[in-house]
Design a protein around this ligand. Sequence first.
Ligand SMILES: O=Nc1c(NC[C@H](O)[C@H](O)[C@H](O)CO)[nH]c(=O)[nH]c1=O
Length: 166
Amino acid sequence: MAVKGLGQLDQDYDGSKLRVGIIHARWNRQIIDALVEGAIKRLQSLGVKEENIVVETVPGSFELPWGTDRFIQKELESGRRLDAVIPIGVLIKGSTMHFEYISDSVTHAIMGLSSKHNRPVIFGLLTCLTEEQALARAGIDEGKTMHNHGEDWGAAAVEMAVKFNE
Ligand SMILES: O=Nc1c(NC[C@H](O)[C@H](O)[C@H](O)CO)[nH]c(=O)[nH]c1=O
């Protein structure tokens, strides 16, 4: 049964048995905090228990790939498996090519982590040309022109973990 209003979900998923990690950068913090809040809200709406949502931070988006890799491994070493991880970062184009290089390299590095760890690592990186674009995708721009993309990332984490985790 399609669950109305829950973004792109194709059915109602039960996240009550999942443990989900969120690892976020600390650049553009107002936008990051809104995205993290949106992801947590959607995870909880799909049954993930508050105590099973683990939040970690890294300095910036460039640190997300290795930080995520180590986050998964360290949780496993301490006997607490993460069933899905959502790295969250906000890159906003400046006057140099810094943005392009970080966006491209971090995107590819994050994509490889799902296969490496055999569990969903969701793409929570906003790569925006202006701050207004980023605010809109966090659902906190003046006109509330878009929904909070963090909610989509929470839904994707639950769907992929329930559907495909061994
Ligand atoms: O420059 N802009 C940004 C940024 N730079 C820092 C970079 O990710 C890294 O932390 C440092 O280079 C140190 O390794 N990090 C972001 O998340 N968003 C940005 O918009």
